[in-house]
Design a protein around this ligand. Structure first.
Ligand code: GRF
Length: 194
């Protein structure tokens, strides 16, 4: 497959940074001919954009509020992504629901990370819901993206304990440290498969 990786973010971009750093330390370019070609955000103020730019990665911001419809935004986003001829499109904290047309366009090369042990807790507020349900364990899942929200083949998972007294914030921070391990690992496994 074409080994260009395009990463979509909306915020801090810590998963994106973990992927970029792993690409470097694990020499993805030499081993797989793979590189992070671009980081694109729907928010111009996303901190991750500043970091990515400083790494010499192409960045772009497309403000979704400037588009009349979800379809218009996704069409603009697709052309921004396709300019980099991606073999893999990586959603890393990209807080937008994607249109079926977008998902179809990238079928087989679109992956996401979700902060729960899927199939439990699809959707938002995953950490608070795990605490409220009395879960002893929580975690994160890397999965392929299909038209059904937070479904699609599971590529990797990590488990963390829920500790007494945890808040959504403390649990989220514990889960996030694992996200930074499993997301690069899952992508490397895909690159290895070719
Ligand atoms: C992560 O917890 C991810 O699972 C969720 O949003 C968060 C993004 O964090 N969907 P970051 O932008 O990668 O730091």
């Amino acid at each position: 497959m074409n080994k260009n990786i395009v990463i979509l973010i909306s915020g801090s971009g810590s998963n994106m940074a973990a992927i970029v750093e792993t690409a470097r330390t694990q020499r993805w370019q030499t081993r797989f001919g793979a590189r992070v070609a671009a980081v694109i955000s729907n928010k111009a103020a996303a901190q991750g954009l500043v970091w990515a730019k400083a790494q010499g990665i192409a960045t772009a911001a497309l403000d979704h509020t400037a588009y009349a419809s979800r379809e218009d935004f996704d069409a603009a986003l697709m052309s921004g992504i396709d300019r980099h001829e991606p073999g893999l499109v990586v959603l890393a904290g990209f807080m937008r629901i994607l249109t079926p047309g977008f998902v179809r366009h990238y079928e087989g090369r679109l992956v996401n990370i979700h902060p729960s042990l899927l199939p439990a807790f699809t959707g938002l507020k995953t950490h608070q819901r795990a605490i409220d349900m009395g879960c002893r364990f929580a975690g994160a899942t890397v999965h392929r993206v299909t038209s059904e929200l937070d479904h699609g083949e599971i590529l990797d998972q990590a488990v963390v304990p829920v500790m007494p007294g945890d808040t959504a914030e403390t649990l989220a921070a514990r889960v996030l440290t694992q996200e930074h391990l499993i997301y690069p690992r899952a992508i490397e496994a895909l690159l290895q498969k070719g």
